[in-house]
Each structure stands twice: as C-alpha cells, then as structure tokens.
Write a protein of this length. Structure first.
Length: 346
C-alpha cells in the first residue's frame, strides 16, 4: 500500500483523482490539499463522497507532504509546481503534475504560450511526458511525470498511427476539437455560466490555444519532422468529454488497407485505446466516466484526405485517469488498476 497526496484536490481533476484512487487496491490517500478549503471536510465540498471520505482539507505544503507520501499529484494551475519544486521534494516522493509546467521541453516556447516565467527549468529535461501508450518504459523509471493535457491526449492518439507510419502529409494537418465545460476548471468565470454556455457553441483560443505547441511537439516526435498545424477548440454545453476531428492529405499511393492497418498495429495491445469498427464514429457518451479513448479513421478518396477521429472523457483519460495510469507504471502495479471503469450511460 502506497500513500498518495493530492494538491488541488477540490478542483475537477483533483476530485476525479479522489474518485479513482478510492477504488485503487494499492493506494491510501493521506492528503487532500486545497488552498480554498483548508480545515473543511472534503465531503462538504464534494457530497458524492459523504460518509466515504472523512478527511479534512489540508494546505499545499509540498515539502511536508513529500515527507509523508510516496506519490504526489499536483492538480494545480500553470506555474504552481514550477515555483515550488526542488530536489528535496523529488528525493522523497514521486511527483505527477497535471499542469503544463514540464510538458514542453523548450522553456522559451512554454513561457511564450503560457505568459509566465518558468521558475525551475532544471527539471524540464528530466520530466517524462506521461502518455503511457508511447512513453510507457520511460514512465516506469521516472520520478517526475508531466501528465499530458486533455486536448493533446485525444488529438495525439487520434493521429499518432498515421504520423508514425508516415502515411499523411503533416503539413496539411488540421485539428477541430470540442470539449465540455469542465475543461475550463471549477473556478467561477462568466463565460462558463449556465446561461452563457447552454444552447450555444463557440470557438475559442483561435490560432493561439496554449495546447497547440504541446500537440505539435509530440506529433513531431512521432513523425520525425517538425510539425506546424491549425488547432481550433470549441466549447459545447455538456459537462464532460472531448471530440477530435482531424484532417490531413494522405501520401500518394497509400491505400485504405494500409491506413486501417496502421491503427490496428498501433493499438492492438492497448487496453485503453479502442479502435472502433470500420464506419463507426467515436461519441463522447460511450467513454464518459472512463479512461478509454475511442478512435477511428475514414478515407475520403474524393479529396485525397483522411478524417481521424477520437473521443474521450477530458477529466478521466484527459487528466486524473491518465495520472493514475502513470502512477501504476511508476510503482509497478497493473496499469489498469483503479481504472477498470465501464463508461456511464446515459
């Protein structure tokens, strides 16, 4: 049994970590960290764990937590962990960061897109990008994992097989993304009020969303060439879920069979990535509340393009579920432990 602490436990991703870890046979949560609710019962913030969690919320003292925990999850805003992380913390506990602080290897790009100064760039190179389906072996030996973003996870897994196989022209890649409102976090923001979101859909972060460089960097590694792409996210009136529809021209002479085979080969051994039957489009409702990502691909011979599709729960596989998946690898547990969740319907 390992001891886990969560900083940012009262956000959506933090609460999802609690939900998942409570079902994990090898983990005890010893620290529910929250600046806003110190000394208040966690169950008074999230009533779904009433009479299940009796703990009170503690501070965000990472150094004290590192003395008591084996693994620390930081579900915090960008810049928090980079501002406090040091060698002393990492020498006592493994850290899984759900922010973007250590995802991007070029500190200048991080500072440009996130608009903040990185305060601990010495740990960027060491941090392992925690996309288990690609970096599984690296995650196993890591003490600091940068948990991928929600949009990048779904985008990458939807496109990865063809990028890796060199079957598409990466210069033609366009990603259309849609997410539920939980992706914006639990903080009070006027654009996320019910009356603002309901019966509406809108693009945001057009030509400048901060997940763009993360997607470009990871697809560059997969394809072996520098990638520059258009990424446009949209906010839709639902709680959970991400839907990715990506478009690219396929290489001349490439067949439908080769494209399908690329997906079959890439995901044949992946429990959490489900390649749907030919002609079936991914839907967010079939992955809600789970760690699954449903993907598929369609070839449009008329235009010479492929349409790559993916759906996942942005809070689970896009945040907390992926973090638990990384933890399982880091501690030698079954990768699916605590994550064998059948999607919720309706």
């Amino acid at each position: 049994m390992i001891k886990a602490g969560i900083i940012g436990a009262t956000g959506y991703a933090g609460q999802e970590l609690v939900r998942l870890l409570l079902q994990h046979r090898e983990v005890e949560i010893i620290w529910y960290g929250s600046r806003s609710y110190v000394d208040k019962k966690f169950s008074s913030v999230f009533g779904n764990v009433f009479q299940i969690v009796e703990n009170i919320c503690k501070s965000d003292d990472l150094h004290q937590l590192a003395e008591e925990a084996d693994v620390i999850f930081t579900a915090t805003p960008q810049g928090y962990l980079a501002g406090v992380l040091d060698e002393e913390i990492l020498s006592h506990a493994k850290v899984i960061d759900l922010s973007a602080d250590y995802r991007i290897k070029d500190v200048a790009i991080y500072e440009k897109w996130y608009g903040i100064k990185h305060k601990s760039p010495q740990f960027i190179e060491e941090a392992v990008y925690g996309l288990c389906e690609v970096n599984r072996d690296k995650v196993k030996g890591a003490r600091l994992v940068a948990n991928p973003g929600c949009y990048p996870t779904c985008s990458f897994l939807s496109i990865y097989p063809l990028a890796r196989a060199g079957l598409i022209d990466m210069d033609t890649l366009i990603i259309d993304a849609k997410s539920g409102t939980s992706g914006a976090g639990r903080g009070a923001k006027i654009p996320n009020l019910y009356c603002e979101v309901n019966e509406n859909i809108k693009a945001y972060g057009v030509a400048g969303h901060r997940h763009t460089p993360e997607i470009e960097e990871q697809l560059s590694y997969a394809s072996g060439k520098a990638v520059t792409l258009n990424f446009t996210p949209h906010l839709i009136p639902m709680n959970r879920g991400i839907l990715i529809t990506a478009y690219a021209s396929y290489k001349k002479g490439t067949t439908k069979e080769e494209i399908r085979k690329a997906y079959e080969e890439a995901y044949k051994d992946e429990y959490f990535v489900r390649l749907l039957d030919d002609g079936v489009c991914p839907e967010t409702k079939w992955v809600e509340g789970s760690n699954f990502v449903d993907v598929n691909v369609t070839v449009d011979e008329r235009t010479g393009r492929v349409i790559m599709m993916g759906a996942m729960d942005n809070i689970t596989k896009g945040a907390a579920g992926q973090a638990v998946q990384n933890m399982n690898l880091m501690f030698g547990f079954d990768e699916t432990e605590g994550l064998r969740l059948v999607p919720m319907v309706p």
